[in-house]
Design a protein around this ligand. Structure first.
Ligand code: MG
Length: 161
């Protein structure tokens, strides 16, 4: 069994007049993430970790933010498309671990729903998707609630695709 691991990172500004979508789940909050798609930083970080592990580049190469077809796209569906690319390469997801850094809102109540949504898309059991939420302790743009960031590490198995 050969395994490969990839890393992903993403950040989007928090602005008024946008929905807050993380891990494919809409979260009630006074502001949302700004981006060409739904700006789901968690899905973007996981997609980059997935593509990285597979040696398939990054999310911007496959789903450019200059392409009108991805305007307001649901990033969970972009992740789904990336998973299909990986399956075509005869690889499957072993596990993913991700951290969302958001000063507000409190994400803990939404983590189980995000976990279930991401696991379904990755074709794994929810126990293979570990999600964590943390704060930036008031420091920097994340601490000032100007942005939300996400980090992900994902491992693929070359024999389980
Ligand atoms: Mg992004």
């Amino acid at each position: 069994m050969r395994q490969r691991t990839g890393i992903g990172y993403d950040l989007h500004p928090l602005v008024a007049g946008r929905r807050l979508v993380l891990g494919g789940v809409e979260i009630p909050y006074e502001r949302g993430l700004l981006g060409h798609s739904d700006a789901d930083a968690l899905c973007h970080a996981i997609t980059d970790a997935l593509l990285g592990a597979a040696g398939l580049g990054d999310i911007g190469q496959h789903f450019p933010d200059t392409d009108p077809q991805y305007k307001d796209a649901r990033s969970l569906n972009l992740l789904r498309r990336a998973v299909k690319m990986v399956w075509r390469e005869k690889m499957g997801v072993v596990n993913v671990d991700a951290t969302v850094i958001a000063e507000e809102p409190l994400l803990t109540p939404y983590l189980p729903k995000m976990r279930a949504a991401i696991a379904e898309v990755l074709g794994v059991e929810p126990d293979r998707v570990n999600l964590k939420a943390t704060r930036s302790e008031g420091l920097g743009p994340l601490g000032a609630k100007q942005a939300v960031a996400a980090l992900a590490v994902l491992t693929l198995d070359e024999s389980s695709g």
